[in-house]
Design a protein around this ligand. Sequence first.
Ligand SMILES: [Ca+2]
Ligand SMILES: [Ca+2]
Ligand SMILES: [Ca+2]
Length: 284
Amino acid sequence: MKLSMIIATGLMMCSSFAHAQPCANYDASLGTFPEDQGWAYETTGDTVVITTEIRGDALYQNSMPGHTCPPSATNARIAAWQISGDSFEFIDGIVFATELKIIESEINQNCSLGYARAGVAFTAIDVNGNVFWIGFGEETVLLSNSTIAPVGPAVKEIDFTTTDGFHVYRVEVSGSSALLFIDNVLLGAINGLGNTVGSTNRVWIGDGTVFANSEFEIRSFHVVGPNCCTADVNGDSVIDVNDITYVLFRLGSTCPPCDGDANEDGAVDVNDLTFVLFRLGDPC
Ligand SMILES: [Ca+2]
Ligand SMILES: [Ca+2]
Ligand SMILES: [Ca+2]
């Protein structure tokens, strides 16, 4: 069978496969919105006043101004992007990162209960409802393991100016600990699993609260779960056509050593081609 036929067959089969989550990229320089790159857009409130557009190599969004407490029908804005899918657990590890410039962003305490809320947040919630999130103000980054806590032991404040340019914010979760790196410098850590309320298996970024609003530019964000890279069969940290070729030349090879067994089912066959095809470009 020709490579092109195998690829075509694989693409037709892709729709029947669940995507192993969380593994996802958004790259604004491609000129498209996150929803065009596999993320779901979620918005509530007065959507008319939310501006979302591509500006150069960045995604620009403005849900300011007008926050009041309690939020009214016209200022209770949410505009965020999320992925959800197969179960994941923090015990297996996860990394989420974004290149972001804050223009304006509020940090407020939830009006009635005092929970900390930021105008931009990047949140991961695992199958058990445990949560790690970072929130962005203008001179502060919050790192937390709880969606139901005020600024304090469970919501740590890190002094950092987010408005002077793009910075890379990366959270590395391992078990019950999360480390926050900003521009590759470790600036915060939080230990212990905290609970969110009524939500599991999702990762989302943007203005995700009715209690604060924001204006920002974002160049990229990505999520790397523990099983994202088995499709990188040639081990060069990229999932691309070379991995398809790699599998193709090893179809039917013996297991072990299972060289080319991208889906780790103990056989090197057409399913591995499909597996790689469906993950082309996923982060590693
Ligand atoms: Ca908001
Ligand atoms: Ca590769
Ligand atoms: Ca296989």
